[in-house]
Design a binder for this molecule. Structure first.
Ligand code: PLP
Length: 219
């Protein structure tokens, strides 16, 4: 698994559609062991994304000292917040006020992003676009630092995700927030072309996930 070479290749592809200096790579290690985290860190990628609280709890004792910055990117039940509050640096998948309140209680002043469902697919996490302004206000009122917005592009051909990415970018402009976390292995170039500042990459860095897709709930 030559993760370093794959990082170079992803940066090269980012550069064909945008400014690689503006785009951070978040290495998504869900479904892979702690060795994937180590490989990302050795390749110079220190932002690490995790989708499941249990996996994060299992992985971090082995790697926290190595300089990983953990982003939580998956569906999150409020009762799991406490277990991971010491480790998570960026809560990317906040999509409702109750979750924000719990994060504010367990990790006062934490950095969060609001997840927006730009495709309207019912199985996806995220608030509706029209709810975003009010939720951003609410998160700020509870003392959280709102870095920006996050979304998961519609599945299928990469170009199908473009209208949703455009919408997220425009929403972030309107709300005056900097970060736009959008783009995954299959659609990151479209996302960067539409203004992404953070791409969340799993398979393009680590290969196919050992676990069957069926086990992975949609975000
Ligand atoms: C799994 C996951 C990713 C990474 O997906 P890949 O297709 O492996 O790049 C990104 N974002 C979220 C929210 C995910 O759950």
């Amino acid at each position: 698994m030559d993760v370093r070479r794959r990082v170079t290749e992803i940066r090269r592809r980012i550069a064909t559609v945008g400014d690689p200096e503006r785009v951070r790579i978040v290495a998504v290690t869900k479904g892979f062991g702690a060795n994937a985290v180590d490989a990302a860190l050795r390749a110079g990628v220190t932002d690490i994304g995790e989708s499941y609280a249990q996996e994060l709890v299992a992985k971090t004792p082995e790697v926290t000292r190595d300089g990983a910055h953990w982003h939580f990117i998956g569906r999150l039940q409020t009762n799991k917040v406490r277990q991971i509050a010491d480790v998570v640096e960026v809560w990317q998948s906040v999509d409702r006020a109750a979750l924000g309140d719990e994060i504010a209680k367990r990790a006062p002043g934490a950095r969060v992003m609001l997840q927006v469902n730009v495709s309207g697919e019912p199985q996806k996490g995220g608030c509706a676009p029209h709810e975003a302004p009010q939720l951003v206000r609410r998160l700020r009122q509870s003392g959280l630092e709102v870095l920006g917005l996050m979304t998961v592009g519609v599945a299928g051909a990469p170009d199908a995700a473009r209208p949703g990415f455009k919408l997220l970018n425009r929403l972030a402009d309107d709300l005056g927030v900097v970060e736009r976390s959008m783009g995954m292995s299959d659609d990151f170039e479209v996302a960067v072309a539409e203004g992404s500042t953070m791409v969340r990459i799993g398979r393009a860095l680590f290969g196919e996930r050992p676990r069957p897709e069926g086990d992975v709930p949609a975000n």
